[in-house]
Design a protein around this ligand. Sequence first.
Ligand code: ADP
Length: 574
Amino acid sequence: MEKFKLSLQLTHNAIEVLKRRYLKKDEEGKIIETPEELFHRVATAIAQIDAIYGKSEKDVNKTKEEFYELMTTLKFLPNSPTLMNAGTPLGQLSACFVLPVEDSMEGIFDAVKYAAIIHKSGGGTGFSFSRLRPKGDVVGSTKGISSGPVSFMSVFDSATEAVKQGGRRRGANMGLLRVDHPDIVEFIKCKDDLTKFTNFNISVGLTEEFMKAVINDEEYDLINPRTLQTVKRLKAKEVFDLIVHQAWKNGEPGIVFLDRINATNPTPELGEIEATNPCGEQPLLPYESCNLGSINLAKMVRNNTVDWEVLRSTVWKAVHFLDNVIDANRYPLEIIEKNTKANRKIGLGVMGWADMLVQLKIPYNSKEALSLAEELMKFILQEGRNASQELAKERGTFPNYPKSIYYGKMPLRNATITTVAPTGTLSIIAGCSSGIEPLFAICFARNVMDGTRLVEVNSYFRKEMEKLGLWSDALAEKIAETGSIQEIKEIPEEIKKIFVTAHEISPSEHIRMQAAFQQYVDNAVSKTVNLPNHATEEDVREVYLLAYRLGCKGVTVYRDGSRQGQVIQKTKTE
Ligand code: ADP
């Protein structure tokens, strides 16, 4: 194997995650790949695509080195399926899929089958159940009655439970129902029992008409999708309150502003967008997939300022990388291959935003942070578009370009370029803060398997404290009790301002950050608005309305302690 220069510095956690789920294993489950070999495998498979576009072997090798450097310096990582499957026989590289659910037995069970195939390959699926006739509606062929979307959702849920994704990831689904579907109330409450629909995130698709009715305290129509008849009218505010109540209680449903998503649909001629991927950041057409990748902003700081030149070259290389992924991908279904290659959507985003801010000594909850967020994402979108236009010159525009909103204006290779993903696992591999989220805890305790207790410390915080001569292990222990430094007397005010954690940031500050990024994101932004345990339903309502006013495409809230088995806790047990 060719040797590239190695610059790979991984944290202990990163190595553990890679070993458990990413490195290739033989049939007995023995790991047969090092992290360097993983990145080499991925760089080789993705760079090879340049040959299709007429590049020489020498050029392909240069690209391979570039991609390898991009990943091993942890400046950029593609989404998990690309890391797991590139250059392997499975070869499925996308994280995001949307499948249509037609209002027929065949349609429903086709979607179940397709979802199972996608889950097996490591992708997540989003569905809109809005086309299904409501519960109690007639079924022509049998003269029976339909059991409705919520009942069919449990079939998808069970199927997901049964399919272990290539043994590496549990399946993930997004279930969406339009707010004007007659079964909306049942849907909003469907996760009341926390043991149900555990493989689903659920979101209500809100329309402009509905939001207006909420604001004006009016009624709105519930429409049977089969007959297109209005079957009932509800008070919009009551439905909105119910959504708020449920979200306050256990974090779900989330909301998605469907009309707003369609207002920025790059190819409206091809039909409406009716659903998103599981974490909500990627709206897609039926049978479309998208691959994501994230730039690690923690690596884009030099001499205490943003290194715009490195960021620019990282964006260009990342767009090249993600465009190649579309061709390197082995698609689980022919129709998905056709649709994906016709629009060539990519989702380039960021992670390590909070880490960048602490390095720049900018508090997350400050005006300065909001304006930097805008400046940064605007730059990434602009450079991403420049890179995509350059690719279009070499490789042609995406085939549906003449049917797109860009036609005649901007000859792009990709119908969308930017998306901000949660980067749940990617950020662990890169050893950075996740997505655009604030720091979660400055220090936290982890109980390791042999019974010892390990205190993990934010490395930037430790460095700052060491510089001031204030660092001690005892201090770390003390911080780990709550995760926060705000109440600790010996820590200087300046440090406290910079090292704020998610719970010290007000809900509206969370939303403002999401909205700042959203302005320059083609797709959507994944963000959790953390609320303290004592937050009220009114607080949740305000978050939703602010998100609507500020142009977000959706919102997810999470009130501390409201759901059992909370994914990240301040005290973790391995
Ligand atoms: P990662 O860090 O693993 O690349 P993210 O946390 O950024 O992934 O999630 C991005 C998208 O990947 C999600 O919105 C979803 O579409 C998909 N995804 C995440 N986790 C899973 C999972 N367990 N199974 C299937 N798809 C997933």
